[in-house]
Design a protein around this ligand. Structure first.
Ligand code: GLN
Length: 565
């Protein structure tokens, strides 16, 4: 097994995760089995308790692990499903070591920060690699070189490199700022300092990825190589891109694949990035646009916060657009404005489609319900994800099923019609203040109703419809309908007591848990609406650039049709 560590230089948010994922893709395209690990240097055991507006989206894996959004990049780029083994934080490593110490797992000896913590890190990396029978494990170390927090992880790199020098590479993804009126005077000095910081912990990078606005010229590459004592050809250009899926192709322009194989002593194989080249062409030549409104409570300030909190939703929409030879245009619509001024709802008519993503709490909820009503009545394609599905059910209950003041008990515990309510088992955990454990997390199966929009969408893409990880031991053959598996992260559910009433009024629960207790998909029939569908799960976590999620594909198809019409 070979190891490639990826660390960041100069500053954060330069796309280290995407670079790490792209390195993996380049190697995968050479026929190598690749897996990826993200290390986050914070003390939180996982990302479950973190605020997405501060730290970005909480990404969920099949096994329910709540982790950093970079895991989403890995799954999307590598088209693999990962597990807890692929994610590590300072907190999780310490928790494991301390738990073992309490259980006499160290045979009475003194346990030290060094080397016991780095050794535990290496152990976890090896386990993850073995689990996927990987030829190469890519390990991204969060944070930036020079931070105190990631020193123990860098020590793990040093130890592993010391033990297996031929098997371990270290890549530094570093920011190269530009100065001058045209912004094209690239400055390498901050990166030289980052390399020097690495030197001070006994490390030398094998590759430096120069993240800059433009591709690095030969002079800049040579300067970095000379000043940092790097081998010729070790500096790889990582310029800004319009579309992140171009990055593996860009890296190959600098012959990254061959260079890595050579350094690791692996046999060179032919590169197959055909699908990715085709995708790049599609994005370049797409002539249609899907104007998508993302509606929710106040989204925060600045684009950075918005895109990071909903990254999987945005990527899933992009994938579905590419599959429809279109490009998305995103608008962030604050739902609170419709509470103050319902006339503003008319402005929604110009969008091709409306998405209400997942969320928590009461802010802007009445505004969202008005938006759902507007989309339903004016036949604007609507896709509700988790909260977006629950609020669609509330809207339908109130305005179509005649259940006035129906609500979710997340907002109104006294509502006369709790159409969305907490499950008894979750309620117990919440009463114990076990917030971490009170959510339904990870992959669960659902059965689709024949002839529904959901069924039609999934059957067009049989591969995705095959359930990959079934938690409850249900065999597809034991069930009549089509079985899917999707990822969840929520506390509340459609209340079974109201299903009959809602269905009588024309709403369709087209996806249910195999025991039929939990409602997974709510939709309106095609005869009533071009596309109106909500999912209790988060389909965005399973969309991949070359195999977009079927529900997003159908939503975008309907959106483009509306725009054309
Ligand atoms: N707040 C809702 C719940 O907990 C929806 C969660 C979500 O959208 N992820 O059930």
């Amino acid at each position: 097994m070979k190891y490639i560590f990826v660390a960041g230089g100069v500053m954060s948010s330069v796309g280290k995760g995407v670079a790490a994922a792209s390195i993996g893709k380049v190697l995968q395209a050479r026929g190598l089995a690749v897996t990826a690990i993200k290390i986050d240097p914070y003390v939180n055991v996982d990302a479950g308790t973190m605020n997405p507006t501060e730290h970005g989206e909480v990404y969920v894996l099949d096994d329910g692990t709540e982790c950093d959004q970079d895991m989403g990049n890995y799954e999307r780029f590598l088209d693999l499903d990962f597990s807890r083994a692929n994610y590590m934080t300072t907190g999780s490593v310490y928790l494991e070591v301390i738990t073992r110490e309490r259980n006499l797992g160290f045979g009475g000896r003194c346990v030290h920060v060094v080397p016991d913590i780095p050794l535990e890190v290496i152990k976890k990396i090896n386990l993850a690699g073995k689990k996927k029978q990987a030829d190469v494990v890519i390990i991204e170390i969060g944070g930036t070189i020079g931070d105190y927090q990631n020193v123990l992880f860098l020590e793990a790199v040093r130890l592993l490199k010391f033990k297996k020098p031929e098997d371990v590479l270290l890549a530094l993804v570093s920011y190269i700022p530009s100065l001058g009126s045209g912004g094209n005077e690239l400055k390498t000095k901050p990166t030289q300092h980052a390399v020097r910081s690495l030197n001070s912990v006994g490390l030398r990078p094998d590759f430096v990825f120069g993240r800059a606005a433009v591709p690095l010229d030969e002079k800049r590459k040579e300067k970095l190589e000379f000043m940092c004592g790097l081998e010729k050809g070790s500096v790889i250009s990582a310029p800004d891109v319009q579309n992140i899926y171009q990055i593996p192709l860009n890296f190959e322009k600098d012959e990254l694949g061959s260079k890595i194989l050579k350094k690791l002593g692996l046999r060179s194989r032919v590169t197959d990035l055909t699908g990715w080249r085709k995708l790049e062409r599609t994005v370049r030549t797409a002539s249609r646009t899907a104007d998508i409104a993302i509606v929710g409570k106040y989204f925060g300030t600045g684009n950075f916060v918005l895109t990071d909190s909903y990254i999987s939703v945005l990527e899933a929409i992009k994938h579905a657009c590419y599959a429809n030879a279109a490009l998305p245009k995103f608008s962030w619509v604050d739902s609170e404005q419709f509470e103050k001024d319902p006339k503003k709802l008319r402005e929604l008519a110009r969008y091709s489609g409306i998405v209400v993503p997942g969320g928590f709490g009461s802010r802007g909820v009445e505004g969202i319900i008005r938006v759902v009503e507007y989309a339903r009545k004016h036949k604007i394609p609507y896709l509700g994800l988790c909260y977006g599905m629950q609020l669609a059910v509330v809207e339908f209950a109130r305005h179509v099923a005649g259940l006035k003041s129906a609500h979710t008990t997340e907002i109104d515990s006294e509502t006369p019609h709790p159409v969305i309510d907490i499950l008894p088992e979750q309620r117990e955990k919440l009463a114990r203040k076990d917030y971490g454990g009170s959510m339904r997390l990870g992959a669960y199966p659902a059965v689709l109703q024949a002839k529904s929009i959901a069924h039609m969408a999934y059957s067009k893409n049989k591969k995705d419809a095959q359930s990959k990880s079934l938690k409850h031991g249900n065999k597809p053959s034991a069930l009549s309908g089509m079985l899917i598996s999707e990822r969840h992260r929520h506390r509340y559910e459609v209340n079974p007591d109201y299903i009959e009433k809602i269905e009588k009024a024309g709403g369709v629960f087209s996806g249910r848990s195999p025991d039929r207790r939990l409602m997974e998909i709510f939709e309106l029939p095609r005869s009533k609406h071009p596309f109106f569908l909500g999912t209790q799960f988060h389909p965005e976590f399973k969309s991949r650039p070359l195999s977009p999620h079927p529900l997003f594909v159908e939503f975008i198809k309907a959106s483009i049709k509306k725009r054309a019409g």
